[in-house]
Each structure stands twice: as structure tokens, then as C-alpha cells.
Design a protein around this ligand. Sequence first.
Ligand code: PEP
Ligand code: MG
Length: 757
Amino acid sequence: MLRVLQRIVEAVNQAPDFELALQTMVRQVKEALQTDSCTVYLADHDQQQFALAATDGLEVSSSEPIHVPFGEGVISLAAKREEPLNIANASEHPKFLKLDEVDEARYNAMLAAPVIHRRRVLGVLVVQQEHDRAFTRDEEAFVVTLAAQLAVVIAHAEAKGYLRTTKQSPWLQTTKGLAAAPGVAIGPAYVVQPRAKLSDVTPKKSDKPEHEIRRFRTAVARTRQELNELSDSMKGQVAEETLAIFEVYHAMLDSASLGQQVEQTINDGWRAQTALKIVVEDLVNQFENLDDEYIRERASDVRDLGQRILSHLKERGRYEHSPPPQCILVAHEVTATMLAELPNTEIIGMVSVRGSGNSHAAILARSMGIPAVLGADDFDINELNEDTLVVDGYNGEIFINPPLQVENEYRELAEEELELRQKIETARGKPVETEDGVKVTLQLNVGLNTDRDWLNELDIASVGLYRTEIPFMMQERLPTEDEQVELYSQVLEQFKAGTVVMRTLDVGGDKPLPYLPMNEENPFLGWRGIRMTLDHPEIFLVQIRAMLRASVGRNNLQILLPMITSAEEVDEAARMVKQAYHEVAEEFNGHDTQQLAAPKLGVMIEVPAMVYHLHTIVDKVDFFSVGSNDLTQYLLAVDRNNQRVASLYDAYHPAVLHALQQIIERANDLDKPVSVCGELAGEPGGALLLMAMGYRTFSMNSYNIDRIRWIIRHIKAADLAPMLARALQARSPQEVRKIVTMTLEEAGLGGFVRAGS
Ligand code: PEP
Ligand code: MG
């Protein structure tokens, strides 16, 4: 059964268009279950009716579309109950609806499964049979499973505008994702893809053969150029025989047959990618089936050449990473390293099919002030081709080639945003103090992007969190001690007037190291942060030594330990920090006049266990730093990276607020400084809640510094207590959000609240 299911799903996904996908589905389901008919109905919520979209088995006498009003018929009942209905004799069912245009009376047995995507009924999948009988449990499970798969196909089609209902504008193509970084960006899409694979190409038709042929010829020309550059760069480094492969490739490109066949297939009505796939796969098959070993080997050359052409067809400039000016980065999965590799002055917005508002790519986007929508899983990036996108980072919406009117509305919004930015910049250089004189310390989160010299302009003296893992992730090996010293020195030098809290390596979770395999079922609950580094003293000690060496003569280093769950971990880490300190101090203090101070040691409070165990570590460390991102993830048991459960991840959850309140109360009792370096500290409402609890040190990304400074300077700390009391009593994050929004609005700070943010 599983194999049949897989085969059907594969066939449906490979279908060149939506209609054919539905036809394939009904035909294959009918065949697999050996029933007399299979039908798909699609829900039209605007018109409050179901439309018969595809059938194999029902005889329809009218050429007009067939509709079933919501509330009528067995299919409506299945949709309303949101469960499958398995009926031995449907015509006797009180809900049975006889349609004049459909010859259905001869069918007795009926199994109707609702098609549901993200809690919304999109349609109903129905199988019917002449003799009355109940479908077996296996058959029922089979149809329900397929209905779930069909839901994804329909949702994709809906997102791409294939399923426009009558009330929707015919030209507005929009997709929803998760609002990951606020703001609005308008610009050309720049798609970054992993190297293209012919096997991944979904066959698609095109009615513009000239355009497709032009694209194909350009891709071939670029492939030639790429081959020339490659062979030039390898000359003298490899044997002449090896270079001969390039000759073979050129010969293949020269051969009239490959190009001609592809162009002919395009003329048969296929898109360039599809035509290339068809021709190359056919050639590969022919070669692989020949007896001559040498010729069989050529199959892989043909495939490789095909993929090279394909990569040029799908995207321009992938290898050089030369995005067009002011563009929107689009990828299946935008990673922090990908962003770091790109010239960030050109990237003004970001769209990622995978990820969610708290994955590190989102944090990075926010720190760069780039509006971002993540988790846009209905977005087909392969469809994009020099399209203009509007990215609404407040509401998590993306518009593809929107009409001028929509674009203009968004331009106005972007201007308002710019005005706000200019206004709040004027508070730079002024004290970070509430209207009633409560002083607050703002610090920076850096590490994902360290080389920003304008950070100094922000009027911030200290770094509250330096995430050290990114340089580790961007290399193909561990950075050496000297390389790390150089890197850390830059940050310590840039903030020499203040302090820099450097966090030890926090890899694992959504930040694996490419050269240290960590294949885990539950990476966020696995070998992450301090757990990994304590297992590898040779990595940990080198990093601490590098930090200390960089601090010599500056003495502004503080060290922070991530993912601490027990006092033993702190003991072990502190012992190694001490060891490294003695080593480095001995090396330097002997023959250097500069002195090395022992760094302060802090612990991240981000695993819920520590909320209740602060007393066990308080004497071992100098400060606590609350990681509200992970604290939320672990308290609510919601993967911060998983878009399916993203709506459940909310730091405004009253349980998270209670935990944060408890931390500050305990830290105050224990007389230990505590700051917050998670995203909540840099978010207007979050900062108010934390202020109300008594936190006075906040570390955040550069984008939020001006905002939070402005907000603090325009509130009275004494006014916040009632807001906190109500928030702690609230029943849901939504209720907390309303309470906080109201407080911001009452303080005249409504401009900092936008829908979705
Ligand atoms: C946190 O968990 O809140 C935090 C600041 O660390 P990171 O986001 O890097 O896990
Ligand atoms: Mg964390």
C-alpha cells in the first residue's frame, strides 16, 4: 500500500500543471482501490460552494461547471465534520443530493474525505462504488492519507494563483509566510539555489517557445564561458588528459544534436528546463544501456553538462554571487552563512521557503534591518524570473509583480518607516533613561555580522552578546587559534571603551558545523552548545585561549556559557577557563608590560531547568544573561525553526513571562547582575514588559537600538506595573499583545506597533 501511495504522490507532484495533477490523482486512486469512480471537489469559500474539479467515473451531462452549495450533500457533511464519511448506501443517506447533470444514482458505496490544509477545508476527495458495501479500514486510511497530500498540492496551486476565486482580483499574486523581520522591501527577486539537479525539474509547459529558446541559448553560451574559465584556471595544475574533458564538453555543446533536440522539444510546447531534462535524460539512458564501457562513462558527462546548462537556465550569476542592486534574496533555505557571503549592501529584503521567525537567518535579517518573510512554503521559487517582489515583513506577505496601486501603497509604508527611523536617530547621544529617571543600559548583539564600522554611530559602548559560531560555520575546518585571535581582537578593539560578552561556541540545533557531523533526531535537544564543547576540550580551550589572547592589553572581555543545564557544567567550563587564563597570562605577563585581567564569567539562562536552579550556580559566576529565544522554545516545547508550529512559538506566552519574572526576582535576591540578550529585549513591547519586571540591561541587534532607546526615553517606569500585572494574569499570548499594544499607544508610541509585528 505504501508503495502505491508513494507512486501516486510522485505522479501527482510530477504533473506539469494543476489540472493534470488532479486528473492523475483521480485516475490512479480509482485504479489502486479498484472502485468505480473517484472525484475531487474544490471548496470556493467566497461563493460558498464546492466545484467538481476532476473525476474518473462520474458521467457529467452538462458542459457547465458542476457546483454543490455548502451545506448540501454528503460532501458538505464530510467537510463540516472535518472527518471522513464511509457510507454503504449513499443514496439513502438523508444528506444525499441528487444532481441532474451527474449520473450518480448507480453508485451506492461512498467514501468522502475532507481535504484540509492548515485547518482550512480546501475540498473533498470522494470514491464511489456500485454495489453497497463499507470501504475497509485500510481503504479509508489510504484515501485520508491521499487527501492530506492533495491538500498540499491544492494549497500550492492556490498560492500560485491557479485557483483564483471570483472575488479575488485576477492579477494579485500573493503568498503568505511568517513575518520574520519587520519592514517593507520592494525590488527584483534574486534567487539563490543549490546546484541544480535535472531530476528535480518538474515538467512544465510553455506557450512562449521563442522566449524559451532564447533562454536556452543564453544558458548554453554561459556554460561555454564557464567551461573556458574553468579549464583556464586549471591549466598547469592538472594533467593535460584531465583537461581533455573540457574538449569533450565543448564537442557535445557543438554537436548539433543536443541543442537541436532541446530546441525541438521546446517547440513541442515545453519550458526550456523541461526540454533539457527530457533530452539529456534520454541520452543518458541510451548511453547507460550500451555495452561499451567507455561510452557508458560518457553518460555521466552528458548528465553533468546538462546540469551545468540547467544551473544557468535557472538563475543568473549564481557562482559569482553578483546580485542586482537593491534586490530581494530568495532561497529555499536562507542560511546565516549564505547571507554573510552576499554583499549585504545589495540585499534589501529576504524570502525563504523554510525557516521561521526565530531561526538564525531571521535574527540576522533583523540585525541587518532587512525585512524578511520566512516559512513561505507555498512559494515556488523556480517560477521566479526577474520578477518584482514586495516583501511585507510586518504581515509575512509576499506579492509577485503586484499592480502599481499595491506597490505604491507599500512605497508609502516604507517612507513612513524611513521617517520613523530618521526621527528616532535623533536620540543618539542622549541618556537612555525613562521620563521618571530610571537608567537603562543598552548593549549590542553582534557576531552574525561583525564588520559594521557604523556600529559606533549607534552610540553603544558595549557588546552584550557576541555569537562566535558563525566564523566556525563558514569555514571548511575549525578556525585556528591565531585566526580566532585576529577575529576577536577586531571586536574587542572596536568596543575598547566598554566590554564585550563573548559567548563560547553554541553550535548544534540549527547551527551545525559542516565538518563535524551531528546527525541527530532532535538536534535542539541534543549535542548543542556547552554539551558539545565540554566533550571537546581541545576546541573549547583553543577558543578561550584565543579570546584571552585577544583581550591582552584591552581587558574588556567577558565570557558567556550557552545552554547550561547544571552546576557541573559550569564547574567544568570554569575550570577550563581558569586553565586557559593561567596559560595565556604566563605567556604574556612575563615579557609584556600589558596585563591580562581574569575575565568575568557568565551563564546563559535559556534552559528552563536553570530558572529553578540559579542558587546552585550563583557563586560560580559573575553574571546571568537570559536567552529568551531558547527559553521560549524549551518552555513551550516548540521548535523555534519549524514553520508548522511557528504560531505556537511566542515569547509573550504568559508562562514565559512568569519564568522571566522569576529569574529577575531570584537574581535580585542573590545579588547577581542579570541582563536579557534574546530577541524579546529588542522588541518594543517585550522591552516594556522586561522593564516592568525590573530588568535594566538589554542586549539587542543594531536595528533595534534606536527604537528601544526612543521608547525608554518616552515612558515612565512607574506607569508600567499595571500593564505587567495584567499581562501576568492573561490567558494567552494574544491577550498579552493587546495589553502591551495598548500601553504603547497610550504612551504615544503607536508608530512602533504594526500589524503582525
Ligand atoms: C537566546 O537563546 O535567546 C539567545 C540569545 O541565543 P541564540 O538565539 O543564539 O540561541
Ligand atoms: Mg540560545
